[in-house]
Design a protein around this ligand. Sequence first.
Ligand SMILES: [Zn+2]
Length: 292
Amino acid sequence: MKLVYIQSLSRSGSTFLQKVLAAQAGMVSLGEVERVLKNASLKREDPYDDARRAVGNKHTHDKSPCSCGALRNECSFWKPLLEEVSGRSMPDCYAGLMRHFEEQYPGQVLVDSSKLALGYKKNYVAPGLVSASDVRVILLIRDYRAWCHSMQKRKKIRYATGTYPPGYHSYLMDAYRWLWNNQRGVQQLKTSGIAHCIVSHERLVFDFESEMKRILTFLGRDPESLSLSSVPVMHELFGSHSLKIENAESYRIAPSYDPSWLSDNSGTCYGPILYPVARFNHYVHEKLTRAA
Ligand SMILES: [Zn+2]
């Protein structure tokens, strides 16, 4: 195994999952690789930073450091690579990435949490950088009520990108977007021939250790080897401030959950219109994400 690819909708808990994986021996997380390389390839600033500024949000990514603690333009992993691949085509960027990763972390497993559907195929398998048998995909799904609530909170920033028609981010549309994307994700993985595992964000948080053992088993590792006190090896340029490690000596990974959706009644207004969404949500949490 050379690559673990985390696929999910944004705001589904992928940051936390990649952090736990990056704390396991021999695994290094590089965060949202496709986003970093695309910006480098096009020699542009992240488009979301412009949107953030437009709504007066000061937490732009260009000012926050890499999760390794270094300033983003001084990170020991990304700085030399981004200098090398800036302005090159995406396949060149990925080829450069794999070379650079092997030099910096020989023999280790790359964790890519780009999240985008089929990203493992387009960027690694199709160009022959990683063979299909060396890829493991984790599809992470969050309860739709929690996800919609989180998306509604970010509506202003999303509209500020100027790419969406009015009404596109209503609660109802978000709920169906959750359904379509996750249903398609499950379907694509089932027919991909790639080893994959579907994980519920809620189960991961509330039944943390046994879910992690299930994931480690899927990755072909000893489930008893779960490490929660090793400092994660990760270079995530788009993470929140919570990714920064303040005290490496007493470090311990602990799951946390954002319960703010519990007091959100938006979905109730739509009643039976949301039934297909609720039904798939039930199927995900009861059938797809439980150990057999
Ligand atoms: Zn870094």
